[in-house]
Design a protein. Sequence first.
Length: 106
Amino acid sequence: MSKILQTEAADHMRGRRLIEVGSEGGPTLGEFLRELRRLAGVGQVQLSEQLAHVQGFTQAAISRLENDQWLPDAGQMEQLLRTLRASETEARTARCLAAALAVRDD
């Protein structure tokens, strides 16, 4: 059974929807981040331009990330989450998904 992660009131005011995340059949990190980007109303190119100051964040890297072919380091992930204006709940979910991938890759 999946859980519905509710975003903060500010997110609802920005028109954010709820993102369904569960232990079975839930989104991958890439799918989750793609949905956050879409909810923020930005394309991959625009996001890469906003993250130009962060080494490694090209449009191609964002595409690889959203297709689960690249895992950013912790600093890059935090910059991405701030740029997407992720709620604390969304940021925590992204960190957990990333940590699960990092552990699995070791």
